[in-house]
Design a protein around this ligand. Structure first.
Ligand SMILES: Cc1cc2nc3c(=O)[nH]c(=O)nc-3n(C[C@H](O)[C@H](O)[C@H](O)COP(=O)(O)OP(=O)(O)OC[C@H]3O[C@@H](n4cnc5c(N)ncnc54)[C@H](O)[C@@H]3O)c2cc1C
Length: 461
């Protein structure tokens, strides 16, 4: 997950960074590459950071991706179907079950509130209720049932709470490193933790800064698609309006959209599109884990306890844990991510009704990954807080010659709002999946070469 400047520099070998360091780091012993000739490493004038940390949600067995998205042809009521309780015993919550704000922290919290409301209408005094997952949805269920005369036990597979919000605390970093959700709408008043305004955007191409790319082409495409006899992808809808999704400005806007929807435009429904990109955001810079822990304070919490099987009937629910141990409850709320349910991360006995299995398979699980870079000194000179890389970098091709390298087009500059030399790269959709597969060195070099566009003029070499 983490690579220090020294490790990067040793690894960079053939690049400009490596050249810079040859004099001050011992020559690594040559190693054999048994199967193929290594592709050339990129060169970049972007300085190596003092430290970097990145996420890996794509390969995380307790998330299996980052956020749910609505596939082409999938009906809007699919998420509502998923939220329907089964036999009054098995309840569902989590961002994928929220109709109005799926794929978001707000959606996760709202889904937890909805599940708790349903339980309040059915649960009787003294009942034992299990909640699976200590993310925002599960923590909200627990908090909302705290004043009810029921016993709530939360089972969490990880050794920490928060799930897809993960404020990584490290003495080497001046603020929590947000590896999952942390950006909210500027008017969001949920007050989860301390936040900063990210109000100014910069759209930069190799030639010059360009006008901010507005959502107008997306609005037009969605409006046109509503007149079609069947759903199409957002890409097809854009093309139908005469727009070119590969035009660099629009491509960057779509890359930005993928950082929140988790999917590329060719996979997204035009009839039920995700929330469109925001020009400005609020970034949470406090510890989201503290918020989640507060929500869970009245419940019994069991960490490192993956649930592997849920058996249910008229009388109640039996949960089997990863240890093989079984335990009984009156009702259960399942808040694990869609990706976990799609991959049979939990066995249901009897199997869930067709309606639920249909809904689970109809929705898509998308990808978002992030990389945080910490510098001792900033190399950039812009005060803008949300950066968009448009088109290729100054080297033509973004300097990306590393095989399988990924262009990280969306960046958050935290320096103007926190006083700390921090840059946060965010990548979504297929690129995020690719990014997650990169070795540490490839990911960091991808990030650095993607930043070339933001070098002050004259520094591009
Ligand atoms: C990289 C990234 C960036 C994001 N950016 C934003 C953003 O800027 N703004 C925004 O609003 N949203 C963002 N999101 C989405 C947001 O984080 C999620 O929608 C939200 O946190 C989901 O909460 P949840 O409770 O539904 O699921 P989760 O947080 O995933 O909680 C489910 C819990 O279930 C646990 N679990 C899984 N399997 C088992 C099992 N078998 N037994 C027991 N426990 C299990 C998991 O460990 C997890 O803790 C982002 C997500 C990611 C990954």
């Amino acid at each position: 997950m983490r690579m220090t400047r020294r490790e990067l520099l040793i690894g960079a070998g053939a690049g400009a960074l490596g050249v810079l360091l040859v004099s001050c780091t011992p020559e690594p012993k040559p190693t054999r590459t048994p199967t193929r000739t290594p592709s050339p490493l990129p060169t970049t004038n972007v300085p190596a950071p003092a430290d970097s940390v990145r996420s890996s949600w794509a390969t995380d067995q307790y998330s299996r991706g980052a956020v749910s998205y609505t596939r082409i042809g999938v009906q809007s009521d699919t998420r509502a179907t998923l939220a329907e309780p089964v036999e009054g015993r098995v309840y569902f919550a989590g961002e994928a079950t929220d109709v109005d704000n799926p794929s978001t922290m707000r959606g996760a919290i709202h889904s937890g509130e909805s599940a708790a409301m349903r339980l309040r209408a059915t649960a009787e005094a003294g009942e034992r209720i299990a909640v699976i997952g200590a993310g925002l949805a599960g923590a909200t269920v627990a908090a909302d049932l705290a004043d009810l005369d029921v016993e709530v036990t939360v089972f969490e597979a990880r050794d920490r709470v928060g799930g897809r919000v993960h404020s990584h605390l490290d003495d080497d970093w001046p603020i929590p490193v947000q590896l999952g959700g942390w950006l909210v709408s500027p008017d969001d008043d949920s007050d989860l933790a301390e936040s900063v305004d990210l109000a100014s955007a910069l759209w930069r191409s190799a030639g010059a800064d360009i006008e901010p790319v507005a959502n107008a082409p997306l609005d037009a495409a969605i409006t046109l698609a509503q007149t079609f006899p069947a759903d199409v992808s957002l890409t097809e809808a854009l093309i139908a309006t005469g727009a070119d999704p590969e035009e660099p400005g629009l491509a960057s806007l779509l890359a930005y959209l993928a950082t929140t929807s988790g999917a590329d435009a060719e996979k997204l429904s035009a009839w039920f599109p995700p929330a469109l990109p925001r020009a400005a955001s609020k970034g949470i810079v406090g510890d989201l884990g503290a918020y989640v822990r507060t929500q869970l304070s009245d419940a019994q919490l069991t960490l490192s306890s993956p649930v592997t099987r849920i058996a249910y009937d008229d009388a109640g629910v039996s949960l089997r844990l990863g240890t093989g141990e079984s335990t009984s409850f009156d009702r259960v709320v399942v808040t694990v991510p869609l990706g976990v349910l799609q991959r049979d991360g939990i066995e249901f006995a009897p199997p869930l009704p067709f309606t639920h299995r249909g809904a689970l398979n109809a929705l898509g699980m998308g990808h978002v990954e992030t990389i945080w870079l910490r510098y001792d000194e900033p190399f950039w000179d812009t005060e803008a807080t949300i950066w968009h890389a448009v088109g290729d970098g100054p080297a033509g091709g973004g300097g990306l010659t590393l095989e399988d390298a990924v262009m990280v087009r969306t960046w958050i500059n935290l320096l103007p709002v926190t006083g700390e030399n921090l840059l946060v790269g965010i990548v979504g959709g297929d690129d995020a999946e690719k990014f997650a597969e990169l070795e540490e060195e490839g990911a960091l070099l991808s990030a650095l070469t993607s930043l070339e566009l933001f070098l002050p003029s004259g520094a591009t070499g």
